[in-house]
Design a protein around this ligand. Sequence first.
Ligand code: UDP
Length: 328
Amino acid sequence: MNKNILVSGGAGFIGSHVCKLLNQKGYTPIVIDNLSTGYKEFVKWGPLIKADIQDKKAVKDLIQKYEPIAAMNFASYINVGESVQNPSKYYVNNVANSTIFFETLVENNVKNVVFSSTAAVYGNPIQDKIDESHPYLPVNPYGQTKLMMEQILKDFSTAYNSKYVIFRYFNATGSDPELEIGESHYPETHLIPLVVDALQGRRESITVFGDDYDTADGTCVRDYIHVLDLAEAHVLGVEHLLAGKDSCIMNLGNGNGFSVSEVIDVVKKVSGKEIPVTSGSRRDGDPGTLVASSKLAKDILNWSPKITSLEDMVNPVIQWREKWFRKN
Ligand code: UDP
């Protein structure tokens, strides 16, 4: 049996880290990415097919050529604030185009799928640590698009006998310790890379979006999870499907919440430098606190995060961004 795995969005932040680990584990990632937000330099461990996921001919051709044994889907728009301002972009790409992609997969007999979902499907939490039984009440279109895709994958599974592992990510961060790839998004909107940019002088300051939330210091609390831990879960997830086990949906987080102010303080501490900080208003669509219970991923996949301190998450991002912007 070949060990080719189709990876949509493999030129992006999480997708590229998963491709590196897939390669280390003996698989070949076959990347399809339109490079609208990804980087061709991030595709190092297998071929890159530059195409849209809704391009049925391109997807069919690459399936016929490489005969992938499974697929992973990272190609989607991911910015909460933008999804509130421009929902149509999110529904068209994350739902309509993704559905066409999954349709092409099942039509061509690729029936094992690992899908990236999000903690944003839960909305404002009603329990301290969110587990998978928490109600689904997304408060922004981004979360809504992912919830719709989860349902679509369930319906596909019933109708077409396909199988899925769905991961609900909390806040992905960190970077490859060898600095071959790292945390970069285009455009950059994520907290940790932006704090690092303020540290390294690529922006004047970091703006804290809201300091009147119902949290210990008033700033938003998020559960940051290192991208290497996410990558490991994806390999375990695809192997779960390839072993013929059941479809499932799991949270991936580290189980600890850190506030925006704590993130800024840790970057200051590890660098020994000051960072200019300004106060801003709340960002549309942001819940105050999101922290995961990842017990189910432990039970099903025997996965648990290995990199749990904020220091160990921000350090590689500091090193990576210094290197990346020296070159780019
Ligand atoms: N955030 C902030 N300033 C920024 C970017 C983000 O205060 O310039 C906050 C944001 O409101 C959220 C947290 O940092 O509470 C994490 O945001 P990010 O965009 O990194 O990830 P998200 O939670 O949207 O997936």
